[in-house]
Design a protein around this ligand. Structure first.
Ligand code: ZN
Ligand code: ZN
Length: 232
């Protein structure tokens, strides 16, 4: 399923791509944000077809981070669209296979890792990253915010009041929460990243693991940062 977020934003949410959503930003960007779990390329491309976008029109795929549920269909999407792949340098080596993803240390994390393995999390094809994105970079209409912690090279993207937040935080019942610590490489750094993002101006948060939150999101993120006691 694909739907536009807001009335005329040109921002689309593609759901049904496993646990992690894929976002698409139309003209002039023609940019996919993240690539879902494995074997979802058909679903992503049929979603784009519904809004009149052909595979070869996709210019770039920006990855918020290297986790399997965000890069699972990357190899096939890159092959079928010819799009350039962009990521932060600290996660790029995992995506290209130069570094190996490690299982979490905690027992629950290991259990999840084993379960995710059944869905293809461990046998991802390596994909070359064509360009690196660093904090403060601009690419198309997007501004890059490096938000390490969940992974070392996690990034958020800010565009016209919309914050694409990857796995920086989660939401339920209209409130934002930290991403569960078992999935976070460095909790204090992740908290500092929440505080960092709260200083930007945006109305909407487009996160990977919950539906878009469209109004007053920055204020809610600020409340979360205060609750976490992260120093300014
Ligand atoms: Zn993640
Ligand atoms: Zn995720």
């Amino acid at each position: 399923m694909i739907y536009q977020v807001g009335d005329h934003s040109g921002v689309y949410c593609i759901e049904g791509t496993g646990t992690a959503r894929v976002y698409f930003v139309g003209a002039p960007d023609y940019t996919l944000i993240d690539a879902g779990v494995p074997r979802k390329a058909d679903l992503v491309l049929s979603g784009l077809a519904q809004i009149g976008v052909q595979p070869l029109q996709v210019r770039r795929i920006i990855l918020t981070h290297h986790h399997w549920d965000h890069v699972g269909s990357l190899w096939e999407l890159k092959k079928r669209t010819g799009a350039k792949v962009l990521a932060h340098p600290r996660d790029a080596d995992y995506i290209s296979g130069k570094r190996v993803r490690r299982a979490p240390r905690q027992p629950l994390g290991r259990l999840m890792y084993t379960i995710f393995g059944l869905f293809g999390a461990r046998d991802l094809p390596n994909v070359d990253v064509d360009a690196m994105l660093n904090d403060g970079d601009r690419v198309g209409s997007f501004c890059v915010i490096h938000t390490p912690g969940h992974t070392p090279g996690h990034i958020c993207l800010l565009r016209d009041g919309y914050l694409f937040s990857g796995d920086l935080l989660m939401a339920s019942a209209g409130e934002f929460h930290e991403t569960p610590h078992i999935f976070t490489a460095d909790v204090p750094t992740a908290r500092a990243s929440i505080r960092k993002v709260a200083q930007f101006k945006f109305e909407a948060i487009l996160s990977s693991h919950h539906a878009p939150y469209v109004f007053g999101a920055a204020e809610k993120v600020g409340q979360l940062a205060s609750k976490l006691g992260v120093p300014a």
